[in-house]
Design a protein around this ligand. Sequence first.
Ligand code: C5P
Ligand code: C5P
Ligand code: ZN
Length: 485
Amino acid sequence: MEAVSNSRIGSEAARIACRIRSATTVTVVSHIDADGISAASIASSALERAKIPHDVLFFKKLDEAAVDSLIKLSSEALVWLTDLGSSHSSRLAGEDFVITDHHHASESDFAVDGSSDQAFFLPFACRYHLNPHLFGYSGDRDISGSGLAFLVSLGMDAENEDLVKLAIIGAIGDMQDSDMRRLTGLNAEIAKFGAKRGRIERRYDLRLFGTQTRPIQRLIEYCSDPMIPGLTGDGPACDDFLRSLRIPLSSENGAPTRWCDLNSGERRRIITGLSRKILEGGGIEKDVERLMGEIYIFPEEEVGSPLREAREFATLLNSCGRNDMPELALEICKGDRRSALENAYSLLRTHRENISNAINFVRQMGVGTKGRVQHFHCADQVKDTIVGIIAGMLLGSGEIDPSKPVVGFAISKEEDGRFKIKASIRGSRHLVEMGLNLASAVKSAAESVSGVGGGHSVAAGATLPLGSEDRFLAALDAEISKQLA
Ligand code: C5P
Ligand code: C5P
Ligand code: ZN
């Protein structure tokens, strides 16, 4: 971490921290997903500790109208944008804006002096702009919005080191570990820093979702990355598989056995059994490797709580944020373990139901293909904030063609009451290695139909005028064909 503090991105974080410390009031503005919520709670805790009065506002996305409202706000408070803002940085100019964001932005948004490898900001651009792309890092893998907010919080006060947990939760929520099955780059430095201080435990373990909360047979049944032939999607087969390995499915008092309840011998038997199933079912060594990876445990939380492991924690935050309750998630990140947590658990149940209903809906309607892209339309049957999760799950499940990015559409109601089309687009690691950059493809395809869009290489989103879906798909197909040519 010392290396990070002494690097260019570290000194920029320290300079930004000074600006924030000099503010009399701050408005934190963030995104509604797990990374945005974690970033906002890092900012909010750091400000609280520095005794700087502040508000937190959450946005589903930043559009021109939202930027207008922030410009108005900036006459009264320093506006600190986390996990969003980079794509509007040329308008969020001057002394009254701070941006800590990892999204791709166009050259003009960054407004850097291209004649040098240093990030010299042009006078009209945001003066306090921390984005990994400006410092030679990847915003897809190396650091997330909450990692950046954490670097700034450390610059504000070294005591903020306990917020490191949230930096990891945000990175995992944005799936920044998915390429290498562990965090890398600046994220790895942050994780190491947290481990040294006993805040995080890094473990090489099964990488499936639900190791703390799901009965083990469900853990296996729902596993889609990798697919386990004969087990994924088949509950009774999972029960038989575990019985054949002499794994008790429940404890003496009848509680279902979870991964976190097993001893190391039992875990090893299951991992060996799963590997064998993959290979026997025609999988390759690479699929077996994806079973395992680095996972991040928070020793301060109870065993069996979704707050104990980063991926489950992130999902809990997403279930609040993507169901219009980001403030609830903020309270949990900041330490509330009472009513906020109870309410979040009930949202998590609703979230799971919504996802399962949405997947069934898309299965019924079917997924179409246009050239190099696949697409489905949820109309008003699925929340616009959930469509991206569905797109990602379908692509990862092998149910649809993994060699073509998938676009999910839904109708969204804008702040002004008008209806628009929300598009969520997901690609695969493999396609990104071959040249896919969804951030730029989606941005230009959206602009060609008078919409807006952006995001990351592997995951992007757009807001489009009603009725422009076909033209958007055609433009996106053309862009992606160019990238993959
Ligand atoms: O706005 P933000 O950057 O936080 O959103 C990133 C989105 O991209 C998240 O919803 C995350 O789940 C998604 N993603 C994905 N697959 C990846 C990386 C990110 O679906 N490999
Ligand atoms: O909403 P969804 O999870 O599909 O968003 C994927 C990525 O696309 C996120 O990083 C989000 O910030 C970005 N996005 C965007 N412009 C939009 C919608 C989403 O940049 N209009
Ligand atoms: Zn993010």
